[in-house]
Design a protein around this ligand. Structure first.
Ligand SMILES: Nc1ncnc2c1ncn2[C@@H]1O[C@H](COP(=O)(O)OP(=O)(O)OP(=O)(O)O)[C@@H](O)[C@H]1O
Length: 240
């Protein structure tokens, strides 16, 4: 096993082949306690595949990897059970007499203190995603594995959720692997950024911009241009 003294993820030489096609071809990755790492890469580069492997949802990968036992996953879709009320979705599988109280606390933290009795179908997309975060946080995980968690939201809701993520992070101190297509989101939320290409981590960039940060922080634009270049995306309309 890859050694993981104090880190929450240690992976070395992770490989995954689907029907003769090599999607991951020797991924090395380490995430420290409390560190937020964004994973970028072209569509089909294997980001979700890597996240699923680390989440323990894919038993077919080879290589060495170990993660903290205390982890939770949030996907692009909320995956709430439609027949359970919001608070019961959050408390699902949590044992102990204080489960209800803890569900109320985390719902309050995500700004939904008054929606515990609602059904998932009564929530907006953004609210449902807030519940998905509450459900992840109720167990106080060391590690969040996030697969485009804001990807299905409209632009304004997305900005609000990014800011909520920052607040939750300062309060709970979790580490996270954040799969995203959004370069600004990666730069706003992460301490370090990885670019997956041809089955490997092709680039690693430290994001030394401080917290909280905004898109007009000094240095943001330079990093953004650098990253768009790596991803072969034009930085603006003049380059199209
Ligand atoms: N269960 C599967 N069976 C066969 N091929 C798969 C399976 N899961 C993923 N793949 C293939 O692996 C490659 C990587 O997929 P993956 O979803 O990990 O990419 P991604 O970088 O997350 O893409 P996107 O950004 O579009 O979500 C794709 O070519 C995909 O078709």
């Amino acid at each position: 096993m890859a050694s993981r003294p104090e880190g929450v993820v240690a992976a070395a030489g992770v490989r995954r082949v689907f029907g003769g096609t090599t999607v991951l071809d020797g991924v090395d990755l380490r995430i420290e306690q409390g560190e937020v790492v964004a994973l970028l890469g072209a569509s089909g580069s294997g980001k979700s595949t890597l996240l699923r492997i680390l989440a323990g949802l894919d038993g077919e990968a080879s290589g060495e990897f170990t993660t903290s036992e205390s982890k939770a996953v949030v996907f692009q879709e909320h995956r709430l059970l439609p027949w359970k009320r919001v608070a019961d979705n959050v408390a699902l599988g949590v044992r102990g007499r204080d489960a209800k109280e803890r569900a109320a606390t985390v719902l309050d933290e995500v700004g939904l203190a008054d929606r515990g009795a609602a059904w998932p179908s009564e929530l907006s997309g953004g609210q449902a995603q807030r519940v998905a975060f509450a459900r992840a946080l109720i167990r106080e995980p060391d590690l969040l594995l996030l697969d485009e968690p804001f990807g299905a939201l409209d632009a304004l809701t997305r900005l609000r959720m990014q800011s909520l993520f920052g607040r939750l992070r300062s309060k709970h101190g979790f580490a996270a692997l954040l799969v995203t297509h959004d370069v600004d989101e990666a730069l706003l939320l992460s301490d370090r950024l990885l670019v997956l290409d041809e089955g490997r981590i092709a680039e690693e960039i430290k994001v030394d911009l401080g917290h909280p940060r905004a898109v007009d922080a000094p240095g943001f634009g330079d990093l953004r241009r650098h990253l768009l270049g790596l991803l072969h995306v034009p930085a603006g309309p003049e380059e199209l």
